[in-house]
Design a protein around this ligand. Structure first.
Ligand SMILES: [Zn+2]
Length: 300
């Protein structure tokens, strides 16, 4: 007798660990990669116009969430082909990150100009250790508490990205401290699939979100064009407001798969193997070649 194949355990209710099938999903849902980076991020060279081209081609929306920068997110909101949720990824003085999604590009612009842009700096203790531009840590000279309070002046939704990442940026421990319980309560969501993390790390995030009753978001955290779209949020809504509301009401799905060779892994390898400047130049050159090759393949 033929034994039945074991069903892979990838489905956890509204969190599905699978490569998103865009065509299939689009029959029923609006899908969006809620965590992407463009050339405005210090550690990324992917051009916004290429990101939008890819999103339009495969039929998913985007949130362009550059590190402490909002220019490209605002610019992306002005086009009409791709649904774009205005967003930003803010790194605090404690080196913890927060994704903030706004209901309007105007609000993001004001928040950015008033509370973020004038306070951006390179993290002090890292200045000496910088091997390459992409390993810099760019932060806002503000505590997470203050960033959160200032964002609350606008209609927005915050989500904690990759809460179980590398120790220095691991926000799970940060928010578990007694003194930050109130702060944690004020944050609406947790990113449960980040395609640049491992499955293990994402599952921990998912359990934390479920345990604490938070809304769930997901995205590729893509720094290269190939990565963008590897994790998405799926909702029945078709507008920015609708998408954010459905996340807030926990009516969305998060679908995605982790990438084998993510940007963060490449950064780590680069930092370990190539301590010398020439080594890094070689890597950057190689990445540029791969990137260009990919672009050609995509838009043939
Ligand atoms: Zn990111």
């Amino acid at each position: 007798m033929k034994r039945p194949k074991l069903k892979r355990k990838t489905n956890y209710g509204n969190v599905i660990f699978e490569k998103p099938d865009y065509d299939e999903l689009r029959k029923e849902y609006t899908i969006l990669d809620m965590h992407t980076h463009s050339e405005r991020s210090h550690d990324c060279q992917t051009h916004l116009k290429d990101m939008l081209k890819k999103a339009a081609k495969f039929g998913f929306g985007l949130a362009v969430t550059d590190h402490v920068r909002a220019e490209n997110s605002i610019r992306a909101c002005k086009q009409k082909k791709v649904l774009v949720v205005p967003g930003i990824e803010v790194n605090s003085i404690e080196n913890k990150e927060l994704l903030i999604y706004f209901y309007s590009a105007k609000d993001l612009q004001e928040f950015y100009e008033k509370y973020i842009k004038p306070y951006v700096t390179i993290k002090k203790e890292d200045k000496r250790k910088i091997i390459t531009k992409r390993l810099q840590i760019v932060i806002v000279k503000k505590k997470m508490q203050q960033i959160l309070e200032e964002s609350e002046k606008y209609s927005c939704l915050q989500s904690i990205p990759h809460p179980y990442t590398l120790p220095t940026r691991r926000s799970h421990i940060f928010y578990s401290r007694k003194k930050r319980r109130e702060l944690f309560k004020d944050i609406e969501g947790i990113e449960v699939i980040n395609a640049s993390m491992t499955r293990h790390i994402n599952k921990q995030a998912m359990r934390w979100a479920k345990k604490s009753g938070k809304s769930i978001t997901g995205g590729s955290d893509g720094h290269t064009l190939a990565e963008i779209g590897s994790a998405v949020v799926a909702t029945h809504a078709t507008t920015v407001e609708g998408v954010l509301e459905s996340i807030r009401k926990r009516k969305n799905l998060v679908i995605g798969h982790e990438l084998k060779y993510s940007q963060s892994l490449r950064d780590y390898i680069a930092s370990q193997r190539y301590k010398k400047k020439e080594g890094i130049q070689k890597i950057l050159h190689l990445e540029k070649e791969v990137h260009e090759k990919l672009l050609k393949e995509f838009f043939k």
